[in-house]
Design a protein around this ligand. Structure first.
Ligand SMILES: Cc1ncc(COP(=O)(O)O)c(C=O)c1O
Length: 454
């Protein structure tokens, strides 16, 4: 669905606005709401009969409505798609930054073109460079590795644990005198165990970069993710919580990190509005990039942000229902969630005893139309060929030419715990638009399949 085009087409064809907006929503909402089927508890749960239409879909686009449409039309009509000037008064990105900082409880927010760009800005903001080491989870998205390499620094992997996030104990073990930062990635909708991570980081003067790309709107002990460490980043790519197709943001409370990030996103220069926010300039111009967000993107994100609480409430409610329905299965190990209330509910996760059981479990759930899979959305980085061979964009790249860079080894022996966890966990996706009937069906099917495994 190309919604921007659809919006314009709908207008041209004189469709009523309501008709256009409901077309997509009906298609995405899955089966019509039904009364819940009676829950069947106990060991011998029979396989549920007729599967409803289960499609978790992309969360953000399911909530597109006249607010996104209106905001986009305003940009078109103003003929000012560039955030800094135009014939109109461009202020969609500006307002989005203000609202986003407020939502995330941080002093500053910077809108950029993607989560990857946000990571590059945050790394520049922290002043990370050649000679520095950055600790990165062994299972996460490429960009958490590439942002370190692009800065000329050395990525050092730490294992994940059964929270499916950074293992605080392994993070501690991987610290050296050269460790400048750790990237605490809140993967698959669940917050990292931030208390021990922050304690270790503060003790060793290691900066904390929170990657909230997969957990936008999540929290840990009532603090919004991104506001706990020194700097936080978010992605607004289509598979994230709120979306404009592509997009990203950096948040921080630190005026120096903010100014450096803002400079990096705009060729190394700084515009008045950023200094109005962060105070007199503290840094000279340096070589940067162009990661500026367009007004179209800002328009959609402004509308999406106003619905984030609704999206979270729906997704969390469905995930909670499914977790509650399976948590008393004898012997089941659910994902360790250091703060279940902060989880955004992207999926439900449980362990099986080995890879063969995991594969069988996934196969049987899928045969019953339950959206089950291995863990998704990330990469087992230390066993990727280009990582094992320490390949950067140039053979003399500083990351792997320092004494430590030459010495470091990646590969399966460096992340056994991560590989083992990856091989045993099952993911079942949760949708914001699931009905009670869908939740009940998923619960009954997981119970039935899980019981037949042992
Ligand atoms: C954990 C994590 N960090 C960063 C990114 C990068 O975001 P983007 O795709 O917007 O560049 C992603 C994207 O999937 C991600 O999952």
């Amino acid at each position: 669905m190309t919604t921007q085009n659809s919006a314009i087409d709908a207008k041209n064809q004189n469709l009523t606005r309501r008709k256009f907006l409901t077309t997509g929503c009906v298609a995405l909402s899955g089966a019509a709401a039904g009364l819940g089927t009676p829950r069947l508890w106990g060991q011998a749960t029979p396989k549920p009969a007729e599967p409803p239409n289960i499609d978790p879909g992309f969360i953000g686009p399911q909530f597109f409505d006249e607010h996104e449409e209106q905001a986009l039309l305003e940009v078109l009509e103003s003929r000012s798609p560039f955030r800094y000037w135009g014939p109109g008064k461009p202020e969609k990105v500006l307002r989005f930054e203000e609202s986003f900082a407020e939502y995330m409880h941080t002093r500053f927010a910077l809108a950029v073109t993607s989560g990857t760009a946000a990571l590059d800005c945050a790394v520049a903001g922290l002043g990370i460079g050649p000679g520095d080491e950055v600790i990165v989870p062994a299972y996460t998205w490429w960009s958490d590795y590439t942002c370190v390499v692009h800065a000329g620094a050395l990525p050092v992997f730490a294992d994940i644990d059964s929270s499916l996030n950074l293992d605080p104990a392994d993070f501690k073990r991987k610290i050296t005198p050269r460790t400048k930062a750790v990237i605490a990635v809140h993967l698959l909708g669940g917050p990292c165990d931030m208390d021990p991570i922050m304690e270790t980081a503060r003790k060793h003067s290691v900066a904390v970069l929170e990657d909230c790309a997969q957990c936008v709107g999540g929290s840990f002990r009532k603090k919004t993710l991104g506001s706990i460490g020194d700097v936080g980043i978010y992605s607004f790519q289509v598979n994230k919580m709120i979306t404009s197709g592509e997009g990203g943001a950096v948040v921080t409370n630190d005026p120096l990190i903010y100014e450096r990030s803002a400079r990096f996103h705009d060729m190394g220069t700084i515009r008045r509005l950023f200094l109005d926010r962060s105070g007199p300039s503290r840094v000279q111009t340096f070589a940067g990039e162009n990661f500026r967000m367009s007004e179209f993107t800002g328009a959609v994100l402004g509308a999406q942000l106003s619905k984030l609480d609704t999206m979270l409430a729906q997704l969390r409610g469905n995930a909670r229902a499914i977790y509650n329905g399976i948590k008393n299965l004898p012997g089941i190990n659910l994902r360790y969630r250091p703060d279940p209330d902060g989880d955004i509910g992207y999926g439900v996760y449980f362990e099986t005893k080995d890879k063969a059981s995991r594969d069988r479990c996934i196969r049987e759930l899928r045969q019953s139309k339950v959206p089950a899979s291995t863990l998704t959305g990330s990469v087992l980085l230390p066993v990727e060929e280009s990582v094992m061979n320490k390949r950067a964009r140039h053979p003399n790249w500083p990351s792997f030419n320092s004494p430590e860079g030459k010495k470091i080894k990646y590969g399966p022996d460096t992340c056994r715990q991560t590989l083992d966890i990856f091989d045993r966990f099952v993911q079942v996706r949760v949708g914001a638009k699931y009905t009670q009937r869908i939740n009940d069906y998923i619960i009954d099917t997981i119970r039935s399949v899980y019981n037949s495994l042992t």
